[in-house]
Design a protein around this ligand. Structure first.
Ligand SMILES: *Cc1c(COP(=O)(O)O)cnc(C)c1O
Length: 412
């Protein structure tokens, strides 16, 4: 028997998106045209960020953000092990070494406590990081105001990886903030990969409140080349200088985002609030199911602190561990559940394999003396259930029914 496939996430493309891309293809500019600025302007309006720079993908956004915040050879970047490899790889591209900070075992997020304790240890060793990169796993914002305060005391910059949390909000001391608005981060990066909130096919962006950081990013995404007369090393009346002239002032990259992709991103952004509303509604439906005793005994959704409003890139549940159960046995039950769901066409996923599990990170990154027990407990028990705007309530019901079947079967 074969079952229809339900992925954990997928894009939503409508006729307006297709028309926006077609119009660009019929127009004058496939890249570096007016679509770039239009998309950037719309991102600023959606997030409240003073500046936005769109780039080829979310990884390029992280790479340039690290460079623009001063990460360089010999620097240290502190991040979470529960993230996609790109968060840490981008630090390595800039020449930094990676330090890993533990996370809360229930949310998978860095906390003020885990960050403080990692920084105390690093400070004692004389190895303070240049940058702290928290990740809003699944769309749930980290406690950014508190992390910012801890980082500021030591002159550390905040590079917020918000690949999951476009559109999420939080409150702090009576104020309401939007992820990426620049209130508590020096730079915030976004990804427009098809599984994320909005897509460009591939694409990414860096949001920043700093005009200097923004200018650096603009230069870095296009070979480090600029055409600003005021910044030229030669005088304008020099015969070797003219209308054709440009200068490479720093080593940059070709990380530009084509107008074709910007047109899709701009069209998608118009639907963002509807997408998030839909994701939140489906998440509520999952929440109600996990509140039932028959499921609550086995599973628990990631807790949602009341000062934050997730944009639900993912709906993550954890298997409850049994009394005296080893982590290995718990992981074995999660694996069995994953296989059971996949057998029934439900493509649940694990977010994420901790960075230090990868051979290319093992032995290459700093870890706290006490290890990363929160991250390992989270990894042993987490599972992301299907969640995307085109999903129907009946799809959620199908996932929940499969979990009920699993929970009542002898193999659980
Ligand atoms: C998707 C993602 C990235 C990288 O984005 P790409 O656009 O795929 O390069 C970085 N960090 C996190 C947490 C992500 O989920």
């Amino acid at each position: 028997m074969s079952y229809p496939i339900l992925p954990y996430g997928r894009q939503y493309i409508d006729a307006d998106d297709i028309e926006a891309v077609s119009a660009t293809l019929r127009g004058d500019f496939l890249t570096q045209g007016p679509g770039v600025g239009a998309f950037e302007q719309a991102l600023c309006e959606a997030t409240g960020s003073p500046f936005a720079t769109v780039v080829a993908n979310g990884t390029a956004a992280l790479h340039l953000a690290n460079l623009a915040l001063g990460v360089t050879a010999g620097s240290i970047g502190l991040t979470t092990p529960i993230t996609f490899v790109a968060t840490a790889n981008s630090m390595r591209y800039a020449g930094a070494s990676v330090a890993l900070c533990d996370v809360d075992s229930e949310t998978g997020l860095m906390t003020p406590d885990t960050v403080s304790s990692a920084l105390e240890e690093l400070e004692t060793a004389g190895r303070l990081p240049t940058v702290l990169s928290p990740v809003d796993l699944g769309g749930l914002p980290v406690a950014l105001p508190a992390l910012r305060k801890i980082a500021r005391q030591r002159g550390i910059k905040i590079l917020h990886d918000a690949a999951h949390s476009l559109g999420a909000t939080f409150t702090h001391e009576g104020g309401k903030y939007i992820v990426g608005d620049g209130s508590f981060a020096d730079a915030t990066t976004l990804s427009f990969h098809p599984v994320k909130h909005i897509t460009c096919g591939e694409g990414g962006a860096i949001l920043t409140p700093s005009p200097e950081v923004h200018q650096l990013l603009v230069d870095l995404r296009s070979h480090g080349i600029h055409r600003r007369p005021a910044d030229m090393s030669r005088a304008a009346d020099d015969p070797f200088v003219g209308g054709w002239y440009y200068e490479q002032a720093t080593l940059g990259y070709n990380y530009r985002l084509p107008d074709i992709n910007c047109a899709l991103g701009l069209s998608q952004l118009k639907k963002l609030s509807g997408f998030i509303e839909r994701r939140r509604r489906l998440a509520r439906q999952y929440d109600e199911a996990f509140a039932e005793d028959s499921l609550a005994e086995f599973f628990t959704p990631v807790p949602q602190p009341s000062d934050r409003n997730s944009s639900y890139h993912l709906y993550i549940i954890r298997l409850r561990s049994r009394r005296d159960e080893s982590q290995r046995d718990l992981a074995g039950r999660r694996k069995a559940l994953y296989e059971f769901l996949h057998h029934h066409g439900i493509r649940a996923q694990v977010h994420y394999i901790p960075l230090h599990f990868h051979p290319d990170f093992e032995g290459r990154c700093w870890m706290p003396r006490g290890g990363l027990p929160g991250a390992e407990a989270f990894y042993a028990s987490c599972l992301s259930l299907p969640l995307f705007p085109a999903m129907e309530g009946s799809d959620v019901e199908r996932v929940v029914d499969s979990l009920r079947t699993y929970a009542s079967s002898p193999m659980r």
